[in-house]
Design a binder for this molecule. Structure first.
Ligand SMILES: [Cu+2]
Length: 210
C-alpha cells in the first residue's frame, strides 16, 4: 500500500488539472476607450487603434477572406482600412466610370491598372506600414491602408469611441494612427476577462507622415 499511495495521489492531481483546463472558459479581455482631440473634448473618428504584443511580433495567419476597399461615388470606401499583414484587399469598382488603383508608398509600390464598372482587382499587402492609395484618373480620390503586425485592431466611430474585443489577457502596447493627428502609444496590462479603457488625446501632426 505504501507504494501505491503516492501513485494515486499524483493521478488525482493530474485529473484535477485536466478538470481545471476543461472547466474554466478561455479568458478574453477587451480594450475600449475614446480617441479625442488635444483638449480631450471632441471625439475623433476614423482613427485606427491596435494592440501589439511587446518584443518579437508573433506571426498571425492572415484571414482567408479578403478585406474590401470599394470605389463608389468617386470615393474609396472605407477611407481608412486597417488590415493584418498578409491580407489581400479587393478593390471593386462600384461606380459607373473607369477607375485605377495605385500607390507610391515605400512599403508597397504598385499600379493595378484601369478597370471598368462592375469589375474588381486585388492586391496582397505583406509588409507592415502605411500605404497611401490613389486613382490616376481622379486625383482627388485617396485612401489609406494601414498594414499591421497584429490582428487586434479597430477604427474609431463618429464619437471617437472604439472597442477591441476578444484579446487574450496579456501586456500590450496600444497604438493609434490618424491621417492628420498623432498620439503617444499606451501600455496596458490586461488581467482576466476585463474591459480596460484607454483614452487617447491627439495633437496635430508636425512634418511628413510616414
Ligand atoms: Cu477613379
Amino acid at each position: 500500500m505504501s507504494v501505491r499511495e503516492p501513485t494515486v495521489s499524483i493521478a488525482s492531481y493530474a485529473l484535477f488539472g485536466l478538470w481545471l483546463l476543461g472547466g474554466i472558459p478561455l479568458e478574453a479581455a477587451t480594450i475600449t476607450g475614446q480617441v479625442a482631440d488635444q483638449e480631450g473634448k471632441t471625439g475623433v473618428s476614423n482613427a485606427v487603434i491596435w494592440a501589439e504584443l511587446p518584443g518579437e511580433p508573433p506571426s498571425f495567419l492572415p484571414p482567408p477572406e479578403p478585406a474590401v476597399m470599394a470605389q463608389t461615388t468617386l470615393t474609396f470606401v472605407p477611407h481608412v482600412l486597417p488590415i493584418l499583414a498578409g491580407t489581400t484587399v479587393d478593390f471593386p469598382n462600384q461606380d459607373t466610370v473607369y477607375h485605377n488603383v495605385y500607390s507610391l508608398s515605400r512599403r508597397k509600390r504598385f499600379d493595378i491598372g484601369l478597370y471598368q464598372p462592375g469589375e474588381s482587382r486585388s492586391m496582397t499587402f505583406r509588409e507592415p506600414g502605411l500605404v497611401k492609395i490613389f486613382c490616376n484618373i481622379h486625383d482627388f480620390m485617396g485612401g489609406f491602408i494601414l498594414v499591421l503586425p497584429s490582428p487586434y485592431f479597430t477604427v474609431s466611430d463618429a464619437k471617437g469611441e472604439y472597442a477591441i474585443a476578444n484579446i487574450s489577457p496579456e501586456r500590450y502596447t496600444v497604438k493609434v494612427w490618424h491621417e492628420k493627428l498623432v498620439g503617444d502609444p499606451r501600455e496596458v496590462n490586461l488581467t482576466g476577462s476585463v474591459a480596460e479603457r484607454v483614452f487617447f488625446a491627439l495633437s496635430p501632426r508636425k512634418g511628413r507622415m510616414e
